[in-house]
Design a protein around this ligand. Sequence first.
Ligand code: DX5
Ligand code: ZN
Length: 230
Amino acid sequence: MKTLKIAPSMMCADFLVIKEVLDIFIEQKIDYLHVDIMDGHYVPNFTLGKDFCRAIASYTDILLDIHLMIENPDRFIGDFNLFRNAVVCYHPETSYHPLRTVELIKKHGAKAGAALDPSVTVQSMKYLLPDLDMLSIMTINPGYAGQKLIPGTIDKIRETADYIQEKGYKIEIEVDGNVSWQNLPAMLEAGGEVFVAGTSSLFEKDGDIAQNIEKFRSILKKFEKKGSSA
Ligand code: DX5
Ligand code: ZN
């Protein structure tokens, strides 16, 4: 069984106390920091940018999981080359030459991933998969936090996990969108490995982030134990 990981979605954090939030993540040895980059074109919203990435990368060594929801990613990928060992996931339908975009990400020292819009199948990525380190399955329409899971996407996680296992690819399967306490068990059963934790878990209203991390970890541990005893 692969290591199960948590990737807090930084766009869901309270920006007025971002340093305190990062201190909790450092203390808790969180796996990834998920950073959503939106351009107002590919998605009808704007969020974080390279300066935010630069600021948090200067404060912590936690790996960045950069989610590019932008058109023409090749033009901007160079802006992110500061963050070695980061994972950069882009939406292949935004690139004229998806494989060239993967090569560009790797040329800048980052790991390469693809983020799949709910309507995009893993099979359509067949010739891209051998070069990927991560596949991010969007379980909501990209663009906003706080949305409800699109029901059919749990089956899509399972189909993707089976396909990747069958092909023997070394790809981490990330799940992004409405990773709630209710949805997490089904996402785990389906084969998810990296979980973007946002408004319906770590950053839930009036919640305690440190306690929520422990709660999240105990759910992952229980599943790992179940897997290893099966
Ligand atoms: C949305 C982003 C997600 C979002 C998740 O397009 O890609 O990472 O922040 O937020 P929740 O967990 O609230 O769905
Ligand atoms: Zn995201």
